[in-house]
Design a protein around this ligand. Sequence first.
Ligand code: DI6
Ligand code: FE
Length: 397
Amino acid sequence: MLLTNAVLATMDGGAAYGLVPRGALVIEAGQIAWSGSEADLPSHYRKLETLDLEGRVVTPALIDCHTHIVHGGNRAREFEMRLEGATYEEIARAGGGIVSTVAATRAASESELLASALRRVDAMIAEGVSTIEIKSGYGLDIDTELKMLRAARAVASQRPVRVRTSYLGAHAVPPEYKDRADAYIDEVCIPGLEAAHAGGLVDAVDGFCEGIAFSPQQIARVFDHAKSLGVPVKLHAEQLSNLGGAQLAAGYGALSADHLEYANEQDARAMAASGTVAVILPGAFYTLRETTAPPIAAFRAHGVPMAVATDCNPGSSPMSSLLLSMNMACTLFRMTPEEALAGVTTNAARALGLEDAGRIRPGLRADLAIWDISHPSELAYRIGYNPLWKRIFGGAL
Ligand code: DI6
Ligand code: FE
């Protein structure tokens, strides 16, 4: 297939957005075979089936590199309670919070988990998303963690989308292990990782390093195990306080450290040295009405690649719009629209260890989004508006 009369935002160096104003793009066997100025198009491609884009913008398809999109139930009642004045702690003591999602996820069947996730996945696909990272972490027992990961894998067999799974056994301490976090790590989290890995269900290992979750020492034990299995790691770090999670992650050569509201200059330096991507999650910042923003200027100054994701989860970020997270990253954190687009394409691919996607370049997968806009800055600019015209997944329109 030949796409002509396109504005290509290749995100692959050169001008801002890697922009090619009068571009053409050739797709062969599911891959990008050629892209560039239409004037330079080799003549033998002219005879291919042609789609005239009439000046529309083509970007790499979007990649959501941090989601908890598979989960049971929802927390709308908790949202009401917070607006009626209840605190997060009161809600947790009344059996709400993350523990209520764990109960709902344990009670749901695998097909129920899949069906509810697909509603949210469809909203993402409608916005040009081609690849979704999905975490476990609401099971907190071995069987339910495996059930979540199987449901996550099943998403890719039900929809034209790629899935990357992360094992997040170290998300929270379940009620039956209250005040026994170390025993939970030894008896559930690590054996669960072994079982999930043996079942081919794990692309990366994640953790939540926080006062209300796990200490750096506990996370390090999980990471040591991941390393012995040859699985890359990533970490929810410095979301509510600075415990040294970002530097811990950098020390393990983590793919990414995520959230990072309380990260500092030292953390940025360590992440730059290890090539760890900073995953920025404005949906959680907004929902929790957080006031400390992640140190974007330090990440920029030290050359830390920044990704942007939805963190789609029922508690702190009930959001499935990656376009909205791009807008929030700009307005709340002063990222540029170009950084926001790189954050959901090139740098999101890097945060998942994907080398075959995230930019428009010959040899990469033909995962593309075609937008009814005239300049790529419009993607982060609008609020609650979806300008997707068509999506191409693995070369298929
Ligand atoms: N950080 C978050 O914001 C979510 N998980 C995490 O590690 C919260 C998940 C929830 O409240 O259900
Ligand atoms: Fe998260």
